[in-house]
Ligand binder design. Structure first.
Ligand code: ZN
Length: 315
């Protein structure tokens, strides 16, 4: 199952105890995937589409628990060019219940007419979260954390995009928008922000999975950096060591070990014996031990002496 569907399954199971939140979430689901149709003179029908069975079940539960309407869930047969099955939730509204009809109509029309969402619908923080959860269930997509960090919400109306960006910003989430074909796509690319989004909408299990992968990824990066750094250091030590050993060998060839003063001779010997050791490590091998800067100073002297002798021998 895709990570997106995993997140949605988790969110679909989450039914709030509070009526205010259930209303806000249903509003989101109706805004983007719902319509009201007239069936006959007496009755109207609210139809809400869902891509997952879990989401359809949730819509059914929300409508039943909030309005007690006669509701059914139908699975549309697979359409020819679409792999996904579409579920539809149908709720019958009696025309006599004009007040409810008006309220649902308002829910449905708010985004389409560019009106602001009903202020009291999402006044509380709990309801803002629920509304965002409904939006994600209807139009959200999230990449699995092993890949590129990416979360998006696909919408059509600019007014709704603006509303949702405003809602997200209340939770310190910043999103960007891009046009894709006929759609407006809101997206978040930062791992940290995606984690925050999952927290806001209450996808706690998905959040843990996402965080685990994120930690593994960042550990792997830091180990790679460290290994690269150590490799680079070692390469530097070896390069210097090879040059020093060549100089020493040439010098000894020309002048013999006895030519060297004792303190330089000791250093030259450990250098040849331990070609992969750093200057600091060579210092520890000397008797008496010598600091890194002391070794560096003597090594410069040794190299200088060797270069001078070699140069003279070449004249
Ligand atoms: Zn609430």
């Amino acid at each position: 199952m895709s990570f997106s569907n995993q997140v949605k399954e988790e969110l679909a199971r989450e039914i709030s105890d509070k009526a205010c939140c259930r209303r806000a979430e249903l509003a989101a689901l109706v805004h983007v995937n719902g319509r009201i149709i007239k069936t006959d003179a007496e009755r109207l029908k609210l139809v809400v589409q869902a891509e997952q069975a879990g989401t359809a079940r949730k819509i059914y539960t929300l409508i039943k628990s909030l309005y007690g309407l006669q509701t059914t869930v139908q699975a549309e047969p697979r359409r020819r060019f679409k792999k996904t099955r579409i579920y539809e939730v149908h709720a019958i509204i009696s025309n006599r219940d004009a007040d409810l009809w008006q309220r649902l109509q308002d829910l449905n029309a708010a985004s389409k007419k560019g009106r602001r969402l009903g202020a009291d619908l999402i006044r509380r923080n709990c309801c803002k979260r629920s509304y965002l959860r409904g939006i994600f269930l209807s139009r959200g997509f999230i990449n699995r954390p092993e890949g590129e960090y990416h979360l998006e919400i696909i919408l059509q109306e600019l007014s709704l995009v603006k509303e949702i960006q405003r809602l997200l910003s209340k939770f310190n989430l910043s999103s960007r928008m891009v046009e894709r074909k006929l759609n407006l796509v809101l997206y978040i690319k930062e791992g940290e922000q995606i984690v925050d989004f999952l927290r806001v909408v209450g996808a706690h299990k998905a959040l843990l999975d996402f965080e685990n992968v994120r930690i593994l990824k960042s550990m792997r990066n830091s180990i790679n950096r460290q290994v690269n750094c150590e490799t680079a250091n070692l390469a530097k030590i070896v390069d210097a060591s090879v040059r020093q050993i060549q100089l020493i060998n040439r010098l000894v060839e020309l002048k013999g070990w006895e030519f060297l003063p004792a303190h330089l001779r000791d250093l030259a010997r450990v250098r040849i014996e331990y070609p992969d050791k750093s200057l600091k490590e060579l210092g520890d091998l000397l008797d008496p031990p010598l600091s890194k800067s002391g070794v560096a100073y003597r090594m410069r002297k040794l190299e200088q002496l060797a270069e001078d002798i070699i140069e003279i021998s070449l004249r």
